[in-house]
Design a protein. Structure first.
Length: 551
């Protein structure tokens, strides 16, 4: 049976709201509101008699009127701030009774002070539900951390903020193991001190909470090969995050901006229909989006047209549609169509905005050069083409900087060429702070840091170029054949061929020495953030292996 981190989180949320009868208010914090909204729509939550959603960390929460007819379901991360807010609430309660659910392990020292605040004995239960990650897709989760770059510095240089980020990673991984019911053998990037520290700390936490894993250990002892949690260092592949993506989910995220599967189209276009200003792009709540997550842009154009034609047939409308522009015009001119097919209108608008941005910013030309730099060795031609593109007014400053970053990673010893490209960026009005990212990237993930050579090892970076074919009027179908380094590492892992010298095991105090048989299940955590291209590659591997990997 395929693993699904999203299904695990959904089960926790459903169990939480279904256990309490009557009218309910759902009390969340800054993180849990995102954790829930990414797997459940507001209408889905309402079906469970949840009539109100409140933020415990909102300034107005303490002053709100009492509603004794409602029961409070509190779903919170076990943080100092939340325990303080809960204590204040229980001293002056607004609701009939309280059911407390925490997303992770609650230290026992926290519960006694909380109980002493419950003078009216309104707390009916306290549970640990390990829904402590953002389940973006069935096989993709995030911790929504803004940056982990500073964690790569010497541990003694960390501020309290870096310490908190480190602990948040541990908490998220612990919860993931419990949600997926697996006691994993932990492997880490051998050349990376940070992944070694994370592996050691996570192993210690699992040992501290081994009672939570007792049932899991028994089930794993019935013959299943030991699952693996692999900690992969982003610095081993700095190229993939710099490549322009041409699959639907990745393009929406990169070109329109997507946070917790929410897209604010107001930031993109002033002419957007009011009802489509803020939209949800969730594969868990939108079947068309789920079916087309990894569709390249050309195939997406075809699939959108079929989607519109289906609703045309339903509404007996015969308007001629051959291009994205005509689809957009059709949706705008028939308001009754919009009412009947809000989801179709949403996707037509999104694809129309993507198409406009691609044309306006010259992304097809830029992407061709990106792929060529990533996949072939041709310094003089790359330099000449890059200079010409930087002089092109269509190419944005961000796109220009991205291209120079890729060039610098491949040809980092070509100091004169890189200096000239920096001058071209200045001419293009790119600020010195952004240009400074070139040197920072080389320090962060240059060849002296990486444990493998991205540009020489052809086993995981094939020589390939984008293939452009006209498959739909007004849309170019772009195939990017770049294979991510992560997919090759995971494929080797699942075949039992991943070298221990490169990815050693962390000795386990709970399960002992891990069996070296190829695992059937694995969780891969990219320290430094993963990309949607890597998620696509893992999804492809999952299809072949019946859902064995999470990323």
């Amino acid at each position: 049976m395929a693993l699904s981190i999203a299904a695990g989180v959904q089960e926790y949320v459903q169990a939480m709201v279904d256990r309490i009868s009557g009218m309910k208010v759902l009390i969340l914090d800054e993180e849990t509101i995102g954790i829930i909204s990414i797997v459940y729509s507001q209408s889905d939550i309402l079906k469970h008699e949840v009539f109100l959603v409140e933020r415990i960390d909102a300034d107005s929460f303490a002053s709100q009127e009492k509603m004794r007819h409602m029961n409070a379901v509190c779903f919170l991360r076990p943080t100092n701030k939340n325990f303080l807010k809960l204590s204040q609430e229980l001293k002056n309660p607004k609701y009939n009774e309280y059911h407390l659910f925490f997303t992770n392990v609650v230290p026992h020292v926290r519960l006694d002070p909380l109980a002493s605040c419950d003078e009216y004995e309104l707390v009916k239960q306290v549970q640990e539900f390990f829904a402590d990650v953002y389940a973006v897709n069935h096989d993709l989760f995030s911790l929504n951390l803004p940056s982990t770059v500073r964690l790569t510095e010497d541990h003694h240089c960390w501020s309290p903020y870096e310490e908190s980020v480190f602990e948040r990673i541990i908490e998220g991984l612990l919860a993931t193991c419990l949600t997926l019911r697996m006691l994993p053998a932990i492997r880490y990037t051998g050349a990376c001190e940070l992944t070694r520290q994370l592996a050691h700390r996570l192993e210690s936490r699992i040992h501290e909470e081994q009672s939570l894993f007792e049932g899991i250990v028994k089930s794993q002892q019935k013959g299943e090969s030991t699952p693996v949690l692999l900690l992969f260092d982003r610095r081993n592949d700095p190229v993939t995050p710099l490549l322009q993506q041409w699959t639907y989910q990745a393009m929406v995220h990169e070109l329109l901006g997507m946070t917790n599967n929410m897209v604010d189209l107001k930031k993109v276009s002033k002419d957007i229909n009011r009802e489509l200003e803020t939209i949800v792009m969730s594969p868990l709540q939108d079947q068309f989006f789920n079916d087309n997550l990894f569709s390249n842009f050309g195939d997406l154009g075809q699939n959108i047209r079929k989607y519109v034609e289906k609703y045309q047939n339903d509404t007996k409308n015969t308007a001629r549609i051959e291009s994205i522009e005509e689809m957009q015009r059709f949706v705008d001119e028939y308001p009754e169509f919009r009412r009947l097919s809000g989801n179709v209108s949403k996707h037509v608008n999104v694809v129309s905005e993507l198409s406009a941005l691609i044309e306006a910013h010259g992304l097809l030309e830029a992407s061709q050069l990106e792929q060529d730099i990533a996949c072939t060795e041709n310094r003089q031609e790359h330099f000449r083409t890059l200079v010409d593109l930087l002089k092109n007014s269509k190419i944005t400053t961000v796109e220009g900087l991205r291209l120079v970053l890729l060039f610098a990673l491949r040809y980092e010893q070509e100091y004169n060429s890189i200096a000239q490209l920096k001058d071209q960026l200045r001419i293009k009005k790119v600020g010195d702070d952004q240009i400074g990212l070139i040197d920072k990237l080389l320090r962060y993930a240059g060849s002296q840091v990486r444990s493998s050579d991205l540009f020489q090892n052809k086993s995981f970076l094939q020589i390939a170029k984008s293939t452009l074919t006209n498959s739909f009027k007004g849309v170019e179908n772009v195939y990017t054949q770049h294979k991510t380094h992560l997919s090759t590492v995971v494929e080797s892992l699942m075949k039992g061929r991943l070298k221990e010298t490169s990815y050693p095991y962390m000795q386990s105090k709970v399960s002992g020495t891990a069996a070296k048989d190829p695992p059937r299940r694995a969780v891969v955590f990219v320290v430094g953030g993963c990309t949607y291209e890597e998620a696509r590659d893992i999804a492809e591997l999952n299809k072949m292996a019946d859902g064995a990997f999470r990323s």
